[in-house]
Write a protein that binds this ligand. Structure first.
Ligand code: ATP
Ligand code: MG
Length: 463
């Protein structure tokens, strides 16, 4: 969290608040604000800003102007907080304050000790953990990819503990969620690896040189919102360093040559009409029962209840975060009540652990985190995909959602982005690609679509 006068910039949730009230701001405008605020008074050049905001694309300079003027509009009477230095760049006119809770216990944001292994044990992940450990013997960069809340961080932490004995140095852990610039990521790596690099700002080559020939495992957690920056850093760190292993968790792959992607699968769920015994063997069901039983009484002996829990887990797509949130609701609604209200999951799946990450407090927040980093065209396609209740082909999609404003060419780029960012899954039936939204992703897309319709109605009334 960065405080700027009466503004609060929440880096994790990617939101801007004025005196606690959310101020609507587009994703690029938010990136510009964070980049300038993070520089804390130093001038940020146009080139620097372009690299931070559009790391993978070359865009016209006037894009900065467009998003900057949206940002100034959002800042209202405080629009002069960001000064344009003609021909040079942009500068913050007020010193920021970094709020302690964002970096509690850690002098450098992001550099954290490796979290302890899960106390109650990870359910259904024994094979994945063993595979990851084996892969780290020969894979330099291993990225655990999957949808929000599917368990990437949990598996990575568990695998890191299992693999620690294979490395000379202790495992180094960097939490990326609150970091937004290359300098901040490098600083966190330098700090957590205990390197003596006099000035990490000097660049990634200096950090790579300091790490050379050290047999160590570096775990970079939650990379999706700084994916371009992390890709560039990781590629440079492993080039010419055979001993280093980097384990990354992200909703999107890094897309660099040395990377191997490990797709994290949902927990297993029972198919329809399973017997009670088969349902009770599924890891998703065990997670639900474990969490619900830790909150109240004893569940899992009544057949009707077991059948409902099996269906809840299946309709929540075997996603551990959604299952934990649903189990917590049993206290108030009972199993039957949770089951009955699954169509309203965006409203009822809230109230996660008080100490959980903000994006894990509600099902909606975990999708917000992914949705916020989509470009405008992918956001628009995603909302429109709410019409599909099952698998669909590219042609079916174009026939339904493409028009003059949403061309087939746009749709190709956007569906690729949605798949890459784990919001849409793809399966191949022979040579044919079939796309699918999970039931929760579809519920979120419907909610966004409704909100957009309401905004349009309001705009039409205002005109
Ligand atoms: N196999 C499992 N057994 C028990 N609990 C699990 C398991 N996998 C995940 N969880 C729980 O589910 C929640 C989400 O898991 P985790 O943070 O690992 O997801 P993630 O994929 O890293 O999410 P994000 O995309 O937001 O980073 C956590 O509270 C975690 O403890
Ligand atoms: Mg994670």
């Amino acid at each position: 969290m960065i405080e700027l006068g009466r503004f609060q910039i929440d880096l994790e949730m990617r939101t801007l608040k004025r005196n606690g009230e959310t101020v609507h701001l587009g994703s690029r405008a938010f990136d510009i604000l964070v980049a300038v605020a993070s520089a804390n008074g130093r001038l940020v050049t146009k080139d620097e800003l372009m690299n931070i905001v559009w790391p993978d694309t070359v865009v016209e300079e006037n894009n900065i102007q467009v998003h900057l003027s949206a940002l100034r509009k959002a800042l209202g009477p405080d629009r002069d907080l960001i000064l344009t230095v003609p021909g040079r760049g942009y500068q913050l006119l007020q010193r920021r304050k970094t709020v302690l809770s964002d970096s509690a216990g850690s002098p450098t944001p992001g550099a954290r000790p490796l979290p302890p292994p899960s106390k109650s044990g990870l359910l259904g992940r024994g094979t994945a953990v063993a595979q990851i450990r084996a892969m780290l013997a020969h894979t330099h960069v291993l990225t655990l990819v999957g949808a929000g809340g599917i368990g990437k961080t949990s598996i990575a932490v568990e695998a890191a503990h299992h693999s620690a004995a294979d490395f000379v140095e202790p495992v180094n852990f960097v939490e990326l969620a609150a970091l937004t610039t290359e300098a901040a990521v490098l600083r966190a790596i330098v700090e957590c690896c205990g390197l003596s690099v006099p000035d990490p700002q000097a660049g990634v080559e200096r950090v790579a040189a300091a790490l050379s020939r050290q047999r160590r495992l570096l775990l970079l957690d939650n990379a999706e919102h700084v994916i371009g920056i992390v890709a560039h850093i990781v590629e440079a760190l492993v080039a010419g360093n055979d001993a280093l292993r980097v384990l990354v968790t992200s909703r999107e792959p890094l897309r660099i040559m040395p990377e191997t992607v490990f797709r994290v699968e949902p927990l297993d769920v029972p198919p329809p009409r399973s017997t009670d015994a088969d349902i009770l063997r599924c890891s998703a069901v065990n997670l639900f029962l474990q969490r619900a039983n830790s909150l109240q009484g004893h569940m899992g002996s009544d057949s009707a209840e077991i059948q409902l829990v099996g269906e809840i887990c299946r309709r929540l797509d075997g996603i551990p975060l959604a299952i934990e949130l649903a189990a917590a609701r049993v206290v108030a609604l009972g199993v039957e009540g949770v089951h009955r209200r699954l169509d309203d999951r965006m409203a009822i799946l809230a109230g996660g652990y008080r100490t959980a990450l903000p994006r894990h407090q509600t099902l909606r927040a975990t999708f917000d985190w992914s949705f916020a980093i989509l470009d405008h065209s992918a956001q628009s396609l995603f909302r429109r995909l709410a019409v599909f209740g099952g698998a669909f082909t590219f042609e079916a999609m174009c026939a339904t959602v493409c028009d003059e404003a949403h061309t087939v060419a746009n749709a190709i780029g956007s569906i690729a982005e949605l798949v890459a960012k784990s919001l849409v899954s793809v399966e191949f039936e022979g040579p044919v690609a079939k796309y699918r939204l999970s039931e929760s992703a579809r519920a979120y897309a419907m909610m966004k679509r409704q909100a957009e319709g309401e905004q349009q109605d309001i705009a039409a009334l205002a005109n």
